[in-house]
Design a protein around this ligand. Structure first.
Ligand code: C5P
Length: 398
């Protein structure tokens, strides 16, 4: 039985420059570390005026380097050694002055020298007053950096520390951390068109009542994020949930299984990979009462008929996409799930115990394919989703 290992720790050099947004770098460091990223801070002299190195040191547990001439580095080559140990350099915030330095290849402090002497990707996250941002000199410098292969995240439009409103506000910390995670993921599904269903469906009984289930949509939304991280173009067809869809996905909101089927039908011919995560209601009432059904005293009989099976439909069309199913079982997990996989004629199915997975932020999965089973021990759903995408990319290529 194959155990799939977790992704390894990423090492990141976090460079802070002189912008008031430097105070947010403490939160960036903290959130990145929660995502298993090893953070090494380096600060410019101006950054130290906005936030103390002690803050970054305490949060990351690392010596914060600020000086090109730091003689704690044995061979006095701080500008080379520090960047050799990292997978990426992230400059957040990147001031207009620092961007100008980078664009012109200056190396007159530790951070700019590290950037010039690097052999890893460089990401900058600009933060500045709107007029500094709009100034042709800044725009010219950014165009040069883009041509040089530097990745630029943000900025966004919004309120600024100076009291003005406009372009130049640093990308929000949460968004930035997600974007960095995306940057780290291997582009296993680059430009593949992936269709995902997520959440429960709601089958109306009358004007105010319906049949639904406890699915939160968390797994489907995590799979959506993981597919986006892998470079896919994602359409997410979602039943009613309380989650925010990633803005890079095309979101189609649906209520009932029949709505979901109609939305899938519309997309399926231009889909490479269909991942059916939705907990589709198996039955729907034969008729929907337009008015609220009155209490009649005795028993009330509801007549239900089966819903269409969306996954079976997708797997059964003449040129089907690569189809992936999910099975939430309450007993005999493996046996029931494998029977389901064969019945639905799909190459891959992810099985989990309904009582453990529903509404939870974590799950344990068993991936079932023609070769057998692959265990994914309990982990956050985003981690499981990344494993699933990796597994799909291996099978899809064959
Ligand atoms: O409900 P069941 O256990 O059969 O669900 C297994 C898989 O089939 C899931 O991937 C689910 O999204 C899909 N399904 C579907 N349409 C249904 C019922 C289930 O696409 N009506």
């Amino acid at each position: 039985m194959a155990k799939i290992p977790l992704f390894h720790t990423r090492r990141l050099l976090l460079g802070l420059t002189g912008s008031v947004a430097a105070y947010k770098a403490a939160e960036i460091a903290r959130l990145l570390m929660q995502e298993n990223v090893d953070v090494q801070p380096v600060m410019t002299e101006s950054a130290c005026r906005f936030v103390g190195p002690a803050t970054l040191q305490a949060l990351t547990g690392k010596t914060v380097f600020t000086d090109l001439w730091d003689n704690r580095i044995a061979n006095n080559m701080a500008h080379i050694n520090i960047s050799r140990d990292v997978d990426v350099i992230l400059i957040a915030p990147a001031s207009a002055d620092f961007i100008a330095k980078l664009a012109n290849g200056f190396a007159n402090d530790l951070l700019s020298t590290l950037c010039l002497a690097r052999d890893c990707p460089l990401i900058i996250v600009p933060a500045m007053n709107r007029q500094m941002w709009e100034n042709p000199a800044t725009q010219r410098n950014l165009a040069i950096l883009q041509r040089d292969g530097v990745t630029i995240f943000g900025p966004v439009h919004g309120t600024q520390a100076c009291g003005e409103t406009g372009m130049g506000r640093m990308l929000e910390v949460q968004e930035l951390v997600k974007t960095v995670q995306t940057f780290f993921q291997p582009k296993l599904l680059q430009n593949k068109r992936v269709l995902i269903t997520a959440g429960p469906t709601y089958e109306a009984i009358d004007a105010v009542r319906g049949i639904t289930n406890l699915s939160s949509g968390k797994m489907g939304y995590a799979v959506t994020r993981a597919a986006l991280e892998a470079g896919a173009k994602v359409t997410l067809i979602s039943g009613p949930v309380c989650l925010k869809a990633p803005f890079e996905a095309t979101l189609v909101n649906v209520i009932s299984a029949q709505d979901m089927l109609a939305a899938v039908r519309k997309e399926i011919s231009r889909t490479d990979i269909f991942i059916s995560v939705a907990a589709v209601a198996d039955y729907l009432p034969t008729k929907i009462n337009k008015q609220k059904i009155k209490k009649i005293g005795g028993n009330l009989l509801l007549k239900l008929v089966p819903n269409p099976d969306i996954l079976e439909y997708a797997a059964g069309i003449s040129k089907p996409p690569f189809c992936v199913g999910f099975a939430a079982e309450t007993e005999n997990l493996e046996k029931n799930a494998e029977t389901k996989r064969r019945r639905k004629k799909i190459p891959l199915l992810a099985a989990n115990l309904a009582q453990d997975a529903i509404s939870s932020d974590e799950s344990a999965l068993i991936l079932l394919d023609d070769k057998g089973k692959h265990l994914l021990p309990k982990a956050p759903k985003i981690v499981q989703a990344r494993h699933l995408i990796k597994h799909i990319s291996l099978l899809y290529k064959k």
